[in-house]
Design a protein. Structure first.
Length: 130
């Protein structure tokens, strides 16, 4: 079965999601234009083992940073004009933890709210998740 969402269980018991090019996320980016995307500063590539480009983040607290542009819940600096992430393989954990699909394959209701808010239509069924 073709899948649009891959579920990844991390060693520290978190669940990450990867989206394929066929997923509803392609060209959407509504969540990347709405939330403050904050995360532990240790994820920045300026720290050992970090991976998020440090120049794309700003401090929030002594330990937290957020993606530039999202400080007040605006457009993330990494979101390209085609509404795809420029640093997909290096995106921070909040971006990996926000699932587009629920376990039954339906869209996350929060996604639907955001898509509606930005005038993006609902994807056609059937929806598939891994
Ligand atoms: S709002 Fe939903 S569909 Fe749009 S990019 Fe975010 S997770 Fe994907
Ligand atoms: S880093 Fe990428 S996935 Fe995360 S909010 Fe920014 S554009 Fe979206």
């Amino acid at each position: 079965m073709a899948t649009d969402q891959t579920v990844i269980h991390t060693e520290d018991d978190r669940v990450f999601y990867d989206m394929s090019d066929q997923s509803p996320c392609t060209g959407c980016g509504a969540c990347c234009r709405h939330f403050r995307v904050s995360f532990y500063q240790g994820e920045l590539d300026s720290f050992p083992g970090g991976f998020v480009p440090a120049e794309m983040a700003v401090p929030v607290t002594p330990f937290l940073v957020c993606m530039s542009g999202t400080e007040q819940g605006g457009r993330c600096v990494a979101l390209q004009l085609d509404n795809r992430c420029a640093i997909y393989d290096r995106r921070p954990t909040p971006c990996r933890e926000f699932a587009v699909y629920m376990e039954d394959g339906s869209l996350n209701p929060r996604c639907l709210q955001l898509r509606a808010q930005f005038g993006i239509g609902q994807p056609e069924p059937p929806l598939k998740a891994a």
